[in-house]
Design a protein. Structure first.
Length: 440
């Protein structure tokens, strides 16, 4: 075993993993980058200490690893291993995944110049991942720039599915969700207003917020609290009409919205209408798409498919974005699971990556009937092959994915992983023609 301490956290991992450096810390664990001597690749290792002490947190861990095993897509992060426990108590869970270089938050707030083509390609990939997730009946529900991981070739992957839920299913954790301060800025109005039913449009709204932040390099709805969040949304988008509030089932919530923003005079309305959301964005199509995605009424918000079909995406969208040919299983969500049952389910997930341990009956896990967490193999519509990896520097795209010609020009200088160094990326100009990048 290889034992070391990082950020006051003790890691104990197999000798095949050699630590490189700290990537980050958060509420649910510490992440390092490491070199895997068996695969000869760098990976990310997340340690979740005391993983089973809190049952809600333990269920989130189970939810994320179960979903990531089922969801097989180029724009969704992949788990490559769950380390077996080293003792019968199994206090900590180690999740090994692909190592990405940085995240969207670091890029947005770096000095890196972002052209409209960068923004277009980033948003396209987020929508592409969501199309696949939604086809599997999964809502991400926690999209924000820090949950969008990016590599130096502009390839991105969504991560952190701990709050994901099946489409059209009530959630007992909604109260905690709406009060989750870190992600309030990206939450759709229907969640903020505690609507009983919400669905795929919430992810479209969050993507629209990320889209706007890429364009403006600042959050579009930076509310300081719940009420301020709703107020800022109404001020920037305009006060919703009674008809636009038709999706709100609570009369109290409707009155709250209508009373929150005072009535404006006709002159004030005309003045407001002449002040566009993005005064410094010259591209009409970009502004049109982001404004549609940030429609207050979820019934009028475009779907992911409609956003991909928007004229702004014409240079990228090829109509062949993969969809899932299965629905993700959330059977365990319906069960009243105790700590031992959650350990048993995480053990079953670990066995997918360590089949040699299938014959071992762990002393920590009592025998019991447990739900099957999704398909045994990842599947995509039209293909049962392993993951198609694509490289934007390839002269010919991998089967099943057509990189845009503009993306070929967005090659990046290779350097240290940006997830652990300042997130500033330097782009190489195209071989022919003027550079699309402004001088820093």
């Amino acid at each position: 075993m290889n034992t070391f301490s990082v950020a006051t956290t003790r890691f104990e991992v197999p000798a095949r993993y050699e630590m490189i450096r700290l990537v980050g810390t958060g509420a649910y664990g510490v992440v390092i980058s490491a070199f895997d001597s068996e695969t000869q690749r760098n990976v990310a290792i997340k340690k979740v200490p005391r993983a089973f002490c809190d049952l809600i947190d333990a269920k989130r861990i189970l939810r994320e690893i179960a979903l990531l095993r089922q969801l097989d897509h180029e724009n969704i992060i992949s788990v490559v291993n769950i380390l077996p426990p080293t003792d019968s108590e199994w206090p900590d869970v180690y999740i090994v995944s692909e190592l990405m270089e940085t995240d969207m938050h670091r890029i947005i707030y770096s000095k890196q110049v972002l052209t409209l083509e960068h923004v277009r390609y980033f948003v396209y990939q987020v929508l592409r991942a969501l199309k696949y997730m939604h086809s599997a009946d999964v809502l991400h529900r926690d999209l924000k720039p820090s949950n969008v991981l990016v590599n130096s070739n502009c390839h991105l992957k969504l991560c952190d599915l701990g709050l994901a839920r099946p489409v059209d299913e009530d959630d007992e954790e909604d109260d905690a969700l709406t009060e989750y301060v870190v992600t309030r800025w990206y939450r759709a109005p229907e969640i903020m207003l505690r609507c009983q039913e919400y669905s795929k449009p919430i992810d479209v709204w969050s993507t629209g917020c990320i889209f706007a932040e890429l364009l403006e390099r600042t959050p579009i709805f930076p509310g300081e609290d719940y009420i301020d969040q709703i107020r800022i949304i109404c001020l920037k988008l305009g006060k919703p009409t009674v008809d636009e509030l038709g999706f709100v089932t609570s009369e109290k919530a409707k009155r709250f919205i209508l009373d929150l923003i005072p009535e404006t005079s006709r002159e004030e309305e005309e003045e407001e209408s002449e002040s566009p959301l993005f005064p410094f964005v010259e591209d009409f199509l970009a502004k049109d798409l982001v404004q549609r995605m940030l429609t207050f009424d979820p019934r009028r918000r475009p779907s992911v498919e409609q956003a991909l079909d928007h004229q702004f995406m014409d240079a990228l969208q090829n109509g062949d974005e993969p969809v899932a040919d299965f629905k993700c299983s959330f059977d365990f969500e319906k069960l009243d699971l105790d700590r031992d049952a959650l350990k048993a389910l995480v053990w079953k997930e670990m066995l997918h990556y360590n089949p040699r341990l299938e014959s071992i009956i762990s002393p920590m896990i009592p025998p019991r009937q447990l739900p099957i967490l999704g398909p045994a193999k990842n599947r995509r519509s039209g293909s049962h092959d392993p993951k198609i990896r694509f490289d934007l520097t390839m002269p010919h795209p991998a089967r099943g994915y057509l990189p845009p010609h503009l993306a070929h020009q967005l090659r990046l200088i290779q350097g240290p992983p940006m997830g652990i160094t300042p997130g500033i990326v330097s782009y190489l100009p195209p071989k022919e023609g003027p550079s699309p990048v402004l001088k820093k």
